[in-house]
Design a protein around this ligand. Structure first.
Ligand code: NAG
Ligand code: NAG
Length: 351
């Protein structure tokens, strides 16, 4: 995670309250099983369809792949969908300068009722593809006449699709510049399928990233990666239309996924060497990049939060050697499926 360490050094973070209950920490993620992608990389998001098939992943060459059982009884990655019809030159597994042509699917979510897959493509906007896959259809690529610059994640409540645009200035391949410039042009938006209307729910966000609705859809969460926190926007009840801070975190949160109980799994690149992070009191610390030594590596952490933002579980890969990077955790049938926007594999952890 050299790139991330560099950006850590350039970010200026003043005060972050530490909210991890470290007695619940388990250094277990290094024991997770590996599923190689056979030449592809960067499965940021992991999704299963309403029949429980999959997982489906979006990879760096722009394709969405599905793990399938072949006739020879062996698993293979089948091509399921694409977000661009101009894929003739999209042959390299990783080519950031081609992403605006080939597409770069990040957040994936199935509509459990229709079986359609919603895709937040970093360059090609919010898209949807039917249960049989193929070429996806763009739903939102502009807002008030200006193109979306960095669509990142998505969640669905029947006719209303919630999604993030990470920045109005920087594309995905420029994420380091976005980090170092202190960009706060991110937005949480919604798309209403019946009216086709797009609305900004929250603007001025610092690297707006993961999106997750609560179990009864009374609120939607959005991660602000470079503000080290998760915001909660109320969709129902007395606070409707307002937002508050759901939780502050000692690191960079990425995607959030709900589990069957209604708890949230947050993928976190936790910062190790910050003074008092190991202090289980929820103290405040000031982050000084100078103090980052060898143990200042970002390390992948899966954080389980209750519906009211309490830390329930912390699973880590302290050395960060096997996992290195974490983008999303999808819980299914007692297993955690762990995606990463840079690695050439998925990880599966049996709980
Ligand atoms: C990976 O590729 C090998 C060799 O082509 C194949 O046997 C294996 O089934 C593939 N695995 C997956 C998960 O695609
Ligand atoms: C949603 O669930 C929460 C927590 O269980 C509850 O407090 C709230 O009243 C529910 N809201 C609605 C609109 O059902």
């Amino acid at each position: 995670m050299n790139a991330s360490n560099i950006l850590l050094l350039i970010i200026v973070v003043q005060l972050v309250s530490v909210n991890l209950a470290f007695e619940k920490t388990q250094n277990v993620l290094s024991k997770s099983k590996i599923i190689h992608l056979n030449g592809s990389i960067g499965p940021e998001s992991v999704a299963f369809d309403p029949n429980g098939e999959g997982p489906y992943i979006g990879v760096a060459d722009g394709r969405i792949l599905k793990l399938q059982l072949g006739s020879n009884n062996r698993l293979f990655w089948a091509e399921f969908a694409v977000t661009s019809s101009h894929r003739r030159d999209c042959t390299s597994p990783f080519a950031p300068k081609m992403e605006h042509i080939c597409g770069r699917p990040l957040g994936l979510r199935f509509d459990t009722k229709t079986g359609e897959l919603y895709i937040a493509d970093a360059y090609l906007g919010l898209q949807v593809v039917g249960p049989k896959g193929g070429l996806a259809t763009p739903l939102v690529q502009k807002f008030e006449g200006k193109p979306l610059v960095f669509t990142n994640d998505v969640d669905i409540d029947d006719d209303v699709i919630y999604f993030t645009d990470t920045s109005t200035k920087y594309q995905r391949w420029q994420f380091l510049t976005s980090f170092s410039s202190g960009d706060t042009t991110g937005r949480l938006m919604k798309y209403d399928k019946s009216t086709k209307k797009v609305t900004v729910l929250l603007g001025d966000l610092a690297f707006a990233n993961g999106v997750a609705l609560s179990k009864n859809k009374s609120f939607v969460l959005v991660t602000e990666t470079t503000n080290f926190r998760i915001l909660r926007y109320w969709l129902k009840g007395p606070l409707v239309g307002t937002h508050d801070v759901f939780v502050e975190l000692p690191g960079f949160p990425d995607n959030i996924r709900i589990n069957p109980k209604g708890d949230f799994w947050v993928a976190l690149q936790a910062i190790r060497s910050v003074p008092s992070v190991s202090d289980s009191k929820f103290g405040m610390f000031s982050f000084n990049p100078q103090q980052m030594g060898d143990d200042g590596e970002l390390h992948p952490t899966a954080l389980k939060l209750s519906e009211d933002g309490q830390v329930l579980e912390v699973l880590e890969d302290v050395e960060g050697k096997t996992l290195r990077s974490i983008s999303e955790i999808e819980e299914k049938d007692g297993k955690l499926w762990i995606g990463s926007v840079v690695m050439p594999f998925l990880r599966v952890y049996e709980m």
